[in-house]
Unconditional design. Structure first.
Length: 125
């Protein structure tokens, strides 16, 4: 029983940290040799806005698992059509767009569900 509780406590936190790091990698495209270093740093910080938002949600989820799980789930499900449409308009491939959705939004849906399950499991005990 203690092992399940430990798993439900740490798994969503670890997955969300890894997924946030993965999303942060996309900010590196802000570095372009045609701009000054200050413009590149400014663009990089702006490209990190999704990371800031996801970190804020993770902090909420770390303190209040149910609220954080619901927010993670709603945000990731809500952004799925936008991410799909954006990628489909770039590559015109349904399967590639679905793969991108699975890489970007699915981990956050999973994290949201795990935070919610962890909350109810702790409440049950």
């Amino acid at each position: 029983m203690k092992t399940i509780l430990n798993t439900l406590h740490w798994t969503p936190r670890i997955i969300s940290i890894l997924a946030i790091l993965f999303v942060s990698i996309f900010a590196l495209d802000a570095f372009d040799s045609n701009q000054s270093i200050w413009q590149q740093i400014g663009a990089f910080l702006i490209h990190l806005i999704p990371t800031y938002v996801l970190l804020a949600i993770l902090l909420i989820a770390w303190k209040w698992e149910l609220a954080g799980g619901i927010i993670f789930s709603i945000i990731s499900i809500g952004f799925t059509p936008f991410i799909y449409h954006h990628n489909f308009s770039m590559n015109h491939s349904v399967w590639m767009s679905i793969e991108i959705i699975l890489m970007i939004t699915f981990p956050f849906i999973l994290v949201g569900v795990l935070f919610i399950l962890g909350y109810y499991h702790k409440k049950k005990l």
